[in-house]
Each structure stands twice: as C-alpha cells, then as structure tokens.
Ligand binder design. Structure first.
Ligand code: IMP
Ligand code: MG
Length: 181
C-alpha cells in the first residue's frame, strides 16, 4: 500500500500501460479526423494528466497542437455534483476561427462538457470536438455524447491519473475505483 491510499481502498481499473495504449489510439483517431492545426483546450483540473499525455501522443503522431486552459467547476469536496457549472479561470487564447478540441476527464451528467462546448461556439470557434478520458453513459442528465472517449465505465467513483476525491489521489499513475467500505 502506498502513502496515497491510506484512507481509501482503491482497486485498479485501468493500469498505466493500458491507459497509455488507449491515449495513443485516441491521438491517431483525432488526427485522422482533423489533420490541420488543433487548439487543445484543457478543462482543469481533472484532465491535466490525461491532456499532458494526449498532446505528446498528438505530436508523436504528427499533429501540430496548441494548448490553452480553462477551469470549470461543478463539484465541491464530495462525490456529488452540485449541478451548476462555473467558469473559474478563463482561456488566454481567442478561439475565433479555431478548430477546438476540448479535453476533459469524465463525462457524467454531461453538464460540464455541454457548458464548455456552448462557450466555445458562442466565441465563434470554427469547430468544436470533445475528447473525454472516461464516460459514465448511464449518468447522463444532458443530451450530449463525446466525439472521442478513452474508456466507458460503470457509475463508480474513480480516482487517479488526474482524478481526485476531495483533492487527493490525482498523482496515482493508474485509474482505480474507490471501494465503499
Ligand atoms: P458532469 O459530466 O458535468 O457531471 O461532470 C463531470 C465532472 O465531474 C468531471 O469533470 C469530474 O471532475 C467530476 N467527476 C465525475 N465523476 C467523477 C469520478 O468518478 N471521480 C472524480 N471526479 C469525477
Ligand atoms: Mg472536472
């Protein structure tokens, strides 16, 4: 047991190797659809580890990606979404006329990514695509699907590889399920 899982029992769902293979495949899918310039908009904080691997996979596979960040927040300290999405830190780039790829960690209710897509369209992006590391399809509250999904999962609470529970576990190299007991 490592020092980071002293309080919760965490069962590995996707290993670091498994994630790495999937991220490379996602990059190839993204490039096949959009071989031109891409502005990768990373939705903080949960997707920063995934996004760091994805942009390097994009470069390795021949894409030219620029990067910007936005912080959206819908969760407090627990595991329940408050339902309201807030923009707490804005982009520094102008997205007008750009091919935007939104990158986020988990598609659950759909509210976060729907808000992000709407924001990019309102700002006149030329195109907006979405890339989500994880999808919990049974949890949707808004009618939206991602263009690219790493893994579809059951509605358990997961941590690691950037994902937190009350600000912990983001640094785990794998994705794991937090056990109830
Ligand atoms: P939604 O699609 O608007 O409901 O929000 C998805 C957001 O909720 C993600 O970006 C995460 O920040 C957070 N989230 C949802 N499920 C989990 C989970 O299992 N672990 C950690 N964060 C989660
Ligand atoms: Mg998030």
């Amino acid at each position: 047991m490592s020092s980071s899982d002293l309080d919760h029992k965490i069962e590995t769902l996707f290993s670091a190797e498994h994630i790495s293979e999937r991220v490379d495949a996602l990059a190839r899918e993204i490039i096949a659809d959009e071989p031109g310039d891409i502005l990768v908009v990373i939705i903080l904080k949960g997707s920063f580890v995934f996004a760091a691997d994805l942009i390097r996979a994009l470069e390795r596979n021949g894409a030219s990606a620029q990067v910007d960040f936005v912080t959206l927040s819908s969760y407090g300290m627990g595991t329940e979404s408050s339902g309201q999405v807030k923009l707490t830190h804005d982009l520094s780039e102008d997205v007008t006329g750009r091919n935007v790829l939104l990158v986020d960690d988990i598609l659950e209710s759909g509210r976060t990514i729907a808000f992000a897509v709407e924001t990019m369209l309102t700002r006149n992006a030329a195109s907006v695509k979405t890339c989500l590391l994880l999808d919990k399809p049974t949890q949707r509250k808004v009618d939206i699907e991602a263009d690219y999904v790493g893994f579809s999962i059951d509605p358990e609470f997961v941590v690691g590889y950037g994902l937190d529970l009350a600000k912990r576990y983001r640094g785990l190299p794998y994705i794991g399920i937090v056990q109830d007991d």
